[in-house]
Design a protein around this ligand. Structure first.
Ligand code: NAP
Ligand code: MG
Length: 410
């Protein structure tokens, strides 16, 4: 057995639930452990362990990502009422991703893996469109009220000294609805910084769009803050050096341009736009199994994961000992992303090379060998040569990898 690549600093490994967890361990064992002397600090975020630890394990995992700088996370169940019954939970624990995102004050970037034989629904797209979604405020932290008859709705601000500012929202003569939303300057600025930094990191232009012609103060502030951060915090100069641009336009114009573009940019989206657009862009590129997700904190900590969930339906097949054909590609790319980042930070170039080889092995398995899981076989331009089970697909990637990668140990 050849020597393995040594790691200087651990990666924070967060295990998860159901089919994603099954694939997690297959990928680890078959594709990574043979080549890398894996050094991870392991946190089991599987639902049973979150329940056992009163969800402390999630908080500890997020602390560890802050400490070590790089994490990789498996999909986890966000319990609803059914899950509380299914697992006999003490309570309906919060979404682990929500907890981790709040603790890292992070921005999530979602990026599709573009493959030659999986054509996006929009034929102009050649390169990935990365969506960066602001994860604070707007309608997600709103206050709203059902108006059941004539009334005057006002916006009232009470200052620290008791002074009040009032504005009429609407004089209702009939039933209606009313809503108030807010955001924070620091949060918007951190979002802008995260997007500009990630754009530089990936060498792609950054787009931002709002409806500032209509919402002159709320959206106008977003626009002004992005411009301020860009020009006053050195990004303008760094973008020029990198040969990329920052482009601002109205949200409806951005949507029209995005459809006609060939991709290859980062689109910074306000919270709601990002919610909608990430699903649109993700599904237009192909399968959820090809969508990756990275959480970046303003301090530079990064957490990699697949954008899809635990793939519950396939897991129940697996439990019945039926063959599954679940796509592990986004999980593999979460691992390769984390290993590459660790390699860059620690100057262990063998880790970066390994990450490249691992990703290429996946690409060649699908593009050249025509071996793919069911989700891709359904949408592939060229008919699949083999519709593989989850395990057979990972084994095929493993063979490709073994044929291409020889770790060079200094
Ligand atoms: P999901 O796990 O993303 O799966 C939804 C459907 O998308 C699957 O049934 C499958 O379609 C398809 N799909 C997703 N990933 C696939 C893959 N890798 N390969 C092939 N097909 C794939 O969403 P869900 O079923 O709505 O949620 C299940 C659980 O995941 C929930 O408990 C939810 O809380 C959790 N979740 C976690 C995260 C996270 O931790 N990041 C994100 C989302 C959801 P077919 O059934 O048609 O084959
Ligand atoms: Mg959504």
């Amino acid at each position: 057995m050849a020597a393995k690549i040594e790691m200087k600093t651990p990666i924070v490994e967060m295990d998860g639930d159901e089919m994603a967890r099954i694939m997690w361990h297959m990928v680890r064992k078959r594709l990574i452990e043979p080549y890398v002397a894996l050094n991870t600090v392991y946190y089991d975020l599987g639902l049973e362990n979150r329940d056992r630890t009163d969800d402390r394990v999630t908080v500890e995992a997020a602390e560890a990502v802050k400490k070590y700088g790089v994490g990789v996370k498996c999909a986890t169940i966000t319990p609803n009422a059914d899950r509380v019954k299914e697992y006999g939970l003490k309570k309906q624990w919060k979404s682990p991703n929500g907890t981790i995102r709040a603790m890292l004050d992070g921005t999530v970037f979602r990026e599709p893996i573009v493959l030659a034989n999986i054509k996006p629904a929009i034929r102009f797209w050649k390169k990935p469109i990365i969506i960066g979604r602001h994860a604070y405020g707007d309608v997600y932290q709103n206050t709203e009220h059902a108006v059941d008859g004539p009334c005057k709705a006002e916006l009232v601000l009470t200052m620290a000294d008791g002074r009040q500012v009032r504005e009429t929202i609407h004089e209702f003569g009939e039933a209606g609805i009313v809503q108030a939303t807010h955001n924070l300057i620091a949060s918007i600025e951190n979002f802008a910084r995260a997007c500009f930094s990630y754009g530089l990191d990936r060498g792609v232009p950054v787009w931002f769009a709002t409806k500032d012609t209509v919402s002159k103060t709320y959206d106008g502030t977003f626009k002004a803050l992005f411009e301020r951060v860009f020009t006053e915090e050195g990004y303008e100069k760094r973008f020029k050096e990198a040969g990329i641009e920052f482009f601002y336009t109205l949200i409806d114009d951005a949507v029209a341009r995005m459809v006609r573009s060939e991709g290859g940019f980062l689109w910074a989206c306000k919270n709601y736009d990002g919610d909608v657009m990430s699903d649109l862009v993700g599904s237009a590129y192909g399968s959820l199994g090809l969508l990756t997700s990275v959480l970046v904190s303003p301090g530079g900590c990064v957490e990699y994961e697949a954008a899809h969930g635990t793939v519950q339906r396939h897991y129940y097949q697996h439990l019945k000992r039926e063959k599954t054909s679940t796509n592990p590609t986004a999980i593999i790319f979460a691992w390769s992303g984390a290993l590459r980042k660790r390699g860059q930070l620690d100057k262990v170039s063998a880790l970066e090379t390994f990450a490249d080889h691992l990703e290429n092995a996946v690409r060649q398995t699908i593009e050249t060998d025509g071996i793919m899981t069911g989700d891709l076989a359904r949408i592939s331009e060229v008919p699949a040569r083999q519709v593989a089970t989850t395990e057979a697909f990972i084994a095929a990637v493993g063979e490709r990898l073994a044929g291409s990668f020889r770790p060079e140990i200094p």
